[in-house]
Design a protein around this ligand. Structure first.
Ligand code: SF4
Length: 369
């Protein structure tokens, strides 16, 4: 793949019109939570800067992040951007294999040292000399050190490469961990999720191309534009939470009416990501909208801390809508004991009120038949 053309030219060759290109720049500006004055800057960068080199590494994972990237039959412009950047190595989608594939990777590391993006999918096993993930005779630890250690920036795509993901859940048999703990000192950004959202990957790259820096990060190295807001505060089921209207059984009336999924294990009150606004599948839906509880997939150690998926969380942190993730983390620790006791009382009361509502709504529905 060549690098002489720009992302704009690549989009143009894909049949994307100037109008659609400007719409894309506007969407990126909104996704990145930037002011409208950034739109011409984004457009200028994508028109003038050469496509960046990038390599995509696979370690211990299910390829869900790649699936997330390739999922749509009609790809969004964000996906096309990822398609047309000079992605020189990606084991799942590249045509080459064996020695030619390895050569492509090593050529980028050698010839583009300090200039390429390393996108990493999957956790890195560290136990027993790292033998649980070996590619072309090298362990994942060795590959990460070589490739991420020489990259401009490492983008950890999905929870596994950020901090180990499901592979690191107790008892973590392979000693799975994230890229940054294996290659300390690298410049990196975490885009956790199970899987990560393609729109957030694209926005991160667009931000780097436009401003030459990573976007503002939280203490987990996650971009604030994507992980700065609580899912619970943007959830369309929130009015039902506030009204004490909960789904209590799969397929019950509350489920059919779109009520709150907290009792079914939703961890939205503790989870931070832009799922309710960006969504998946070209903005069609996301798990909660589709009737499934959030399991805080973008949180560190979500499997051990927030699991099992369908167990109700013991409490809801009483944080204000604008509170940051860090403040809530502190509030959770301080408020747990009191909140559990309070919630038990509220739950009993709300359960009673909920029964009343169910029967009232059922009577009204019966009258309409
Ligand atoms: S608990 Fe879950 S479903 Fe209910 S309002 Fe919060 S995020 Fe939405």
């Amino acid at each position: 793949m060549g690098t002489k053309d720009t992302i704009y030219e690549g989009l143009f060759n894909y049949g994307i019109t100037r109008r659609d290109f400007m719409k894309f720049c506007t969407t990126m500006s909104a996704t990145l939570a930037l002011s409208s004055t950034s739109i011409p800057k984004i457009a200028e960068a994508l028109q003038q800067k050469k496509k960046p080199y990038a390599v995509w590494l696979h370690f211990q994972e299910c390829t869900g992040d790649t699936e997330s990237l390739l999922r749509a039959t009609k790809p969004s412009i964000a996906q096309i951007v990822l398609d047309i950047i000079s992605l020189e190595y990606h084991e799942t989608i590249m045509a080459g294999s064996g020695h030619s594939a390895e050569k492509a990777l090593h050529d980028v590391v050698k010839n583009q040292k300090g200039k390429y993006f390393a996108l990493v999918e999957g956790s890195i096993p560290t136990k027993d000399g790292g033998i649980y993930c070996v590619i072309a005779g090298k362990t994942a630890v060795e590959i990460a050190k070589e490739v991420c250690g020489n990259a401009l920036v490492t983008i950890n795509v999905g929870s596994c490469s950020c901090w180990g993901g499901i592979g690191s859940a107790k008892p973590n048999p392979t000693g799975a961990t994230g890229t940054a703990s294996v290659v300390p000192g690298i410049k990196y950004i975490n885009l956790p999720g199970c899987p990560a959202n393609a729109e957030n990957i694209t926005a991160t790259i667009v931000h780097y191309l436009t401003f030459g820096t990573l976007p503002a990060l939280d203490r987990y190295n996650r971009p604030l534009f994507a992980y700065g807001k609580r899912i619970h505060d943007n959830c369309e089921r929130r009015p039902h939470f506030d009204a004490g209207q909960f789904v209590r059984k799969w397929g019950d009336e509350g489920h059919r009416l779109g009520w709150c999924l907290y009792e079914m294990g939703c961890k939205g009150p503790m989870a931070y990501q832009n799922c309710p606004t960006v969504k998946w599948n070209d903005g069609i839906s996301y798990p909660i909208q589709s009737g499934h509880p959030c399991f805080a997939c973008a949180s560190n150690d979500s499997w051990d801390v927030f699991g099992p998926i369908y167990n109700r969380a013991p409490h809801v942190p009483g944080a204000s809508y604008q509170a940051t993730a860090d403040k809530i983390g502190a509030a959770v620790v301080a408020g747990t004991a009191a909140a559990v006791a309070t919630h038990a009382v509220i739950r009993t009361f709300l359960g009673y009120k909920q029964k009343e509502r169910f029967s009232k709504e059922k009577n009204e529905a019966d009258k309409m038949k």
